[in-house]
Design a protein around this ligand. Structure first.
Ligand code: AMP
Length: 583
């Protein structure tokens, strides 16, 4: 065994031990963590209000309120405006992570500022190390090549007090740890990841990935949406990319000097053979399996594919010829949370094991009877639904994450959760509410109807149209022909069948209101032109969203964003028969 394999083996053994220890001693680790956070922060203005300088789990549970962002926003804003960090956190807040949230109204959304400090980064590094360990245990040779990683940054801004603010992903990508990781593991040099222009960055990621195709063992992005965007960008730009490879010269519009220089170096010089090879693959009628054809040594595709991302599964399976899609991490701008310890499971079966060192986690039971019950991480029950509350080192206390999770099992004593849905996403035109999970499930069922045709649903969103009487659900759909030479053939019967299947999947109140009482109108699918959802993404990015963390909204509320969709509608279909109802 070589010296480096010895080293790797002992690091592996070490990580195995750490993981076993963490997942076995969950209660102790969580209790110690809470005590440490409370003792450290007992004198913050926020906690003093509730604990009067004392700490202790019981007092904490009794006195500290459960909050959402709006409750803590005034405190966070005060720090952002220049008051000392210790209003909320003893550990200095050095930056803010901003998250773009989609809302109603004329703008697309608004920014949430979340406190950020060194503890957040330590946790991200830890999760990243666990991820590498788990992947290398399950996928042979995963560390013997590079990943094409579609990573992007957003320009940093500053708060009125001069503290930097950027999406959490941007802050993380700029750290020495990640720069080092990227230079060892990714096909793109850091200059490309850190380029301020996402379009130039995307182009250069693809160019480097294509030139280094023989080294590529995985294709990845944080969320599936960015990966699907990368493939559609490739569809648009492959001829130009091939031209660059053929001539050994980068397109003039790549103006960022650092990007230009490093990509030119990677290109090396004219390479007509490679250009021909790529051209041959991209010219094929179908783009099915394009990932494996362009990067033949790819072993897996990595991105978050759960929750809102589930609807990208068929598209990614199509592009990758069903390579494993590995969804490793569960994280947020508030804290890192958990990891998937079984990376090769089916995307539908992914569960995340909570890492008890990341934050103190409590769980609010999500219950039809509206019973308020909060339990600790070790006390969750198999099969039950919960919303996590986070108490962190960054100054958040009993903060509702807004996600709904279901307990799916345990690894040692650490609970594992299936991601179910966001709590705040639902559609409603009358007294019925249709949750994000139901909306996604309905689309998955309608997709099976499409399977009999040449059509692929690449993106969609929902809208509750109450301008009609009665109000009705509208799905904006972007469709694509699997065979790229085919003209989109929208068969009226097939599309009406899709509408029917969508309605049939919804809850009993929806179906009764639609069928028996006529209080909900026939569901409508509005088909939009190809590229519409890319325009939508560009709109949200121009408003402040980050490409790395972008998640296509499942329900549309912003009138400006809606206008983008409406402008591209070219066909409308309605359900032509009411769904069955049970009462
Ligand atoms: P952000 O702060 O922009 O990174 O968004 C965090 C949110 O993304 C979480 O609260 C979840 O709603 C979602 N998210 C993050 N990781 C996952 C995952 N593995 N599966 C499903 N949703 C996720």
């Amino acid at each position: 065994m070589s010296q480096s394999s010895h080293l790797n083996k002992s690091l592996d053994d070490e990580m195995h031990k750490v993981l076993e220890d963490l997942t076995s001693n969950v209660k102790q680790i969580q209790d110690d963590l809470l005590e440490e956070i409370l003792t450290h922060n007992a004198n913050t203005e926020y906690l003093k209000r509730f604990l009067h300088g004392r700490s202790g789990k019981e007092l904490f549970k009794k006195n500290v309120p459960i909050v959402t962002y709006v409750d803590v926003e005034p405190y966070i804003e005060r720090v952002a405006n220049g008051e000392p960090s210790d209003i909320i956190s003893a550990q200095p807040i050095t930056k803010f992570a901003f998250r773009y949230v989609f809302c109603s109204g004329t703008s697309g959304g608004k920014m949430k500022l979340l406190p950020f400090n060194v503890k957040y980064l330590e946790n991200v590094e830890f999760i990243s190390n666990v991820r590498s360990f788990v992947i290398s245990r399950h996928i042979d040779g995963a560390d013997q090549g590079k990943a094409i990683r579609f990573a992007f940054i957003k320009m940093e801004s500053t708060t009125p007090s001069g503290l930097p603010a950027a999406p959490a992903s941007t802050i993380v990508l700029k750290t020495a740890y990640f720069r080092n990781l990227a230079s060892k593991s990714y096909t793109s040099p850091n200059e490309i990841i850190l380029c301020r222009d996402n379009k130039q960055s995307m182009y250069c990621h693809l160019l480097c990935g294509l030139v280094r195709r023989e080294e590529v063992v995985s294709v990845s992005a944080a969320f599936a949406s960015a990966l699907v965007r990368a493939i559609s960008f490739l569809e648009e730009y492959w001829k130009e990319l091939c031209g660059n490879i053929r001539m050994g010269h980068v397109s003039e519009w790549i103006e960022d000097t650092s990007c230009r220089n490093c990509v030119s170096e990677i290109l090396g010089g004219p390479n007509p053979e490679l250009a021909n090879l790529i051209e041959k693959e991209c010219n094929q009628i179908s783009w099915g399996g394009i990932i494996c054809r362009l990067w033949p040594k790819t072993k897996f595709v990595e991105c978050v594919i759960t929750g809102q991302m589930t609807h990208y599964i068929p598209t990614l399976e199509f592009y990758s010829n069903k390579l494993p899609i590995v969804s490793m991490k569960y994280f947020s701008s508030e804290t890192s949370i958990g990891i998937n310890l079984n990376p090769l499971c089916k995307p539908q079966d992914v569960s995340y094991t909570f890492m008890p060192k990341m934050a103190y986690f409590e769980f609010l039971l999500v219950d039809e009877a509206n019973e308020v019950k909060i339990v600790d991480l070790v006390d969750v029950n198999l099969g039950c639904y919960y919303e996590p509350l986070v108490t962190s080192y960054t100054g958040l206390y009993r903060y509702r994450l807004g996600d709904v999770l279901q307990v799916s099992g345990f690894y040692n004593n650490a609970p594992q959760f299936r991601f179910v849905r966001r709590n705040d996403v639902a559609l409603s035109v009358d007294i019925e509410t249709t949750t994000e999970e139901e909306l996604l499930k309905a689309v998955a069922n309608a997709r099976m109807v499409l399977d009999s045709s040449d059509l692929m649903l690449t993106n969609f969103t929902w809208y509750a149209d109450i301008s009609t009487i009665p109000g009705h659900y509208v799905g904006y759909w972007e469709l694509k022909a699997k065979n790229k030479n085919t003209i989109l053939d929208l068969d009226k019967k097939l599309m009406a069948e899709c509408c029917y299947v969508l309605e049939e999947t919804f809850g009993s109140i929806y179906r009764a209101y639609r069928s028996k009482n006529g209080l909900i109108g026939a569901l409508e699918i509005r088909v939009v032109l190809p590229g519409t959802f890319d325009s939508l993404m560009n709109f949200f990015i121009s408003e402040g969203a980050s490409l790395v963390q972008y998640k296509t909204p499942i329900c549309m509320r912003s009138s400006n964003a809606l206008a983008i969709l409406e402008d591209k509608v070219f066909a409308r279909f309605f359900s032509d028969k009411p769904p069955p109802f049970d009462f």
